[in-house]
Design a binder for this molecule. Sequence first.
Ligand code: ZN
Length: 153
Amino acid sequence: MQESELIVRRIKEGTVIDHVDGGKGLKVLDALGIDGKDGSLITIALNVPSGKYKKKDIIKVENRFLKDDDTNKLAVIAPSATVNIIKDYKLVEKRRVSLPNEIERIFRCSNPDCVTNSSEHIESVMDVIDKEGRVLRCRYCSRILDVNQLKYR
Ligand SMILES: [Zn+2]
């Protein structure tokens, strides 16, 4: 077991989000709506040494298994993250996050005049036009969206 894994305690059932870029951990919690209000155990390690010069954040959430929407958010915020699903203390699934071709609903278009921000309740749809560079484009108003400035719905 790696030293970094010993920093936060093992969990029985839930998700370990590892290799989050150092400093993005709190943003990930916010995006996924993980606030501990349901009483589940959450452990977070920020700025864990990873490799020679890098730092990473690790998040462990008990009793929660990430859904597709969550994974899509992660892919935008922390593209190098890995998602580990734990059941009965065992790692049963490990997946890398990757951007889908389109992202529905979860982000708000930054264009205030966009129809998805009007009172018509049209859900946002964003096309991922560059997966490497993480460039998104609103399908309705064609605005190019900066992934670092996206707001969640
Ligand atoms: Zn738009």
